[in-house]
Design a protein around this ligand. Structure first.
Ligand code: SF4
Length: 385
């Protein structure tokens, strides 16, 4: 029998405007539509319950509200969500409830209301402290916004704060990656996530690059900034526990851990993905189309795929290599072990006890290394530990 769902992702699709590089399922609406959002989620939940997937007493260990910009929905949005999910699902004493926020809309009042509703972890979309860079990205919070937001979270009793930063930006912006890292470190938050700029064709940035108005991502700069950050954050006491994520005091993202461990999760909202081995499914991406469907009592699911044994094996290798847990040596077989030893010679990996783990240098080549390891049959062996 499939294990029960203990992790839920909820998508909040609204943003005040679209950032130049963003390819997420976003609806531009300066005020958001908290009422419509709550109504649609409640309708989708009723549908999911009818399908017998997720009963009112399914106790969650992690809940993650992402976006979009959840903080744009105003102070009452998390109460609305708690009402839709119901107390039976939210009563675990160790529930990790994360909500993403942008600094400009994460006010002291909103922070207090979120905390009262049950939110105990906030992920702040900071990206940079450099004004010209923030303007280039189309972000609204200004250089001082993050400090106000971190203070608001702490004053509300939310100490578990994560900060997102972006690296690999065009040199012409004059952004100093070192300075931005130091400003982020000065907050002494327990969690930092780093994302390299990627140019997606459907975005304003993608079009600007295609037309030659912006340069493509500089691969060497991307690599240097990633390695510099890995070194600086490690020196500041952060554990680099996954390609993009760093934590202190053991405050890893437990919700993301469910993704990386291959545990089942349910996604609610437009564009949200769900997984229950071996089936992965995703909801319709457009907010209005999603809303119309769920309010009509129909399923929000757009498509599903069943992972083949081969695809599942590659995914196990890829997911294993992306975290500091790595893979059990016993799962690799002689050819996998021989390959891992060549990686160690190239400083792409190391052995820790009975595990093989990638180094930051190895993480820069994660996709290639996972494919190479899978090709020698490593993922087909059951994991030992
Ligand atoms: S705030 Fe986040 S989700 Fe919204 S447009 Fe910007 S990057 Fe995309």
């Amino acid at each position: 029998m499939a294990p029960p769902i203990r992790s839920v992702y909820v998508h909040a699709p609204f943003c005040a405007r679209r950032c130049s590089y963003c390819d997420f399922a976003v609806t531009v609406d300066p005020d958001g539509d908290a009422g419509g959002w709550g109504e649609a989620l409640a309708a989708e939940l009723r549908q999911v319950e009818r399908e017998g997937l997720f009963g009112p007493a399914s106790l969650l260990t992690t809940l993650y509200v992402g976006g979009g910009t959840p903080s744009l929905l105003g102070p009452g949005a998390m109460d609305v969500l708690a009402g839709a999910l119901g107390p039976g699902r939210l009563s675990a004493p160790d529930l990790e409830w994360t909500a993403e926020a942008n600094p400009e809309s994460f006010t002291p009042e909103l922070a207090k209301r979120w905390r009262a509703a049950g939110v105990n972890r906030v992920s702040l979309g900071v990206q940079s402290f450099h004004e010209p860079t923030l303007q280039w990205m189309g972000r609204l919070h200004g250089a001082e916004g993050p400090a106000r937001a971190v203070e608001a979270a702490r004053d509300a009793g939310i100490a578990n704060v994560s900060i997102d930063l972006i690296f690999g930006l065009p040199v012409a912006l004059g952004r100093s990656w070192t300075e931005d890292l130091e400003r982020a470190l000065a907050f002494e938050v327990p969690h930092v996530s780093l994302y390299g700029l990627t140019v997606e064709p459907r975005t304003p940035l993608g079009r600007a690059v295609a037309e030659g108005r912006e340069p493509p991502v500089d691969a060497e700069r991307y690599r240097e900034e990633f390695l510099l950050a890995a070194e600086r954050l490690a020196a500041a006491g952060y554990e680099h526990y996954e390609v993009s994520n760093f934590a202190r005091d053991g405050l890893l993202s437990r919700h993301n851990g469910a993704y990386w461990d291959g545990r089942p999760y349910l996604g609610l909202g437009n564009g949200a993905h769900s997984y229950r081995h071996p089936v992965r499914s995703w909801n319709v991406r457009d907010w209005e189309a999603y809303r119309a469907r769920v309010l009509a009592g129909e399923s929000a699911e757009e498509e599903r795929e069943e992972l083949t044994a081969e695809a599942a094996a590659l995914e196990r290798v890829w997911l294993g290599l992306r975290t500091r847990e790595g893979l059990a040596r016993a799962s690799l077989g002689p050819r996998g072990l021989a390959l891992a030893e060549t990686w160690i010679g190239q400083r792409l990996a190391d052995f820790l006890g009975d595990r093989v783990r990638l180094t930051p240098l190895g993480w820069l080549e994660l996709d290639r290394l996972a494919v190479d390891l899978d090709a020698v049959g490593a993922g087909l062996r059951p994991q030992a530990g």
